[in-house]
Design a protein around this ligand. Sequence first.
Ligand SMILES: NC(=O)c1ccc[n+]([C@@H]2O[C@H](COP(=O)([O-])OP(=O)(O)OC[C@H]3O[C@@H](n4cnc5c(N)ncnc54)[C@H](OP(=O)(O)O)[C@@H]3O)[C@@H](O)[C@H]2O)c1
Length: 214
Amino acid sequence: MKIGIVGSGNMGAALGTIWAGKGHQVMFSYAKDANKLNRLANSNSQTTQGTVEEAVAFAEVVMLAIPYPSMEEVLAHKTIYQNKVVITCVSGLQPDFSGDTIGLSTKLSISVAEHISHVLQNSKVVEAFNITFAEILQIPSRELDGNKPSIFYCGDDVSAKEIVADLIEDCDYVPINAGGLRTARSLETLATSWVQFAVVAGLFPRIAMHSLQY
Ligand SMILES: NC(=O)c1ccc[n+]([C@@H]2O[C@H](COP(=O)([O-])OP(=O)(O)OC[C@H]3O[C@@H](n4cnc5c(N)ncnc54)[C@H](OP(=O)(O)O)[C@@H]3O)[C@@H](O)[C@H]2O)c1
C-alpha cells in the first residue's frame, strides 16, 4: 500500500519504518529535524519524504501521529484526505499527560477520532495503535515468549478496517476489532489509563497489552 506518515516522530517513524520493511511504499512528512526526515527517507528503497500535503496526496492510507495540539493545522486542508483510510493514534493527551481525553477532566464530548471523522468527511477514519509505545515498535520484534501483544482498533468502514488490521499484523501485533468509531471514546480513555499505568506506576516503556480471546 502507499502510506503517508503525518508526523515523523517516535510513533510515525517507527510505524513507517516497519511498514516499509514489509514492502509498503512510505512517504514520511514533518519533523523539525530535517536530518531525521532525510535519514528516514533514505533508510529503505521504499521510503521517501515530502510535505504533509504531498504525503497525504500520495497515500492510500494516512497515519496521523501528531501531538493533539497540532490537529487543527494538520486537518486544515481537509479535501486532500477524501476517500483515504486515515489511521489515528492521537490520544488527546498533553505533554504532561493531562488534557483533552475523556476520563480526565476534559472539554471534549466526543473522541479525537470522531472529531477527525467529522472534520474529514468522506475519509475512513480508524483508531489504532494507541495502546502501545513507540519504544516497543522500535525493538526488532513485538513477539515475546511466543505471545504477540494486542492492538484494539475501531472504525465505521469495513474495508478500511480490514486494511488497518493487515497493517497491525505487519507490525507483529494481534489486531482486535473493537467495533465502530464511537468506541474510540473508550479506546482513548483506555489509552489514557495505559499511559497513567505505565508512566505514573513506572512500567514505561517495555510493557505491552496481551489480550486473551477464548
Ligand atoms: N509515543 C508513543 O509511544 C505513543 C503511543 C501511542 C499513541 N501516541 C500518540 O501519538 C502521537 C504522536 O506521539 P509521538 O510520541 O510520536 O510524538 P513525537 O515524537 O513528538 O512526534 C510527533 C510528530 O508530529 C510532528 N508535528 C508536530 N506538529 C505538527 C504539525 N503541525 N503538522 C505535522 N506534524 C507535526 C512533530 O514534528 P517535530 O519533529 O517538528 O516536532 C513530530 O515529528 C501523540 O498524539 C501521542 O499521544 C504516542
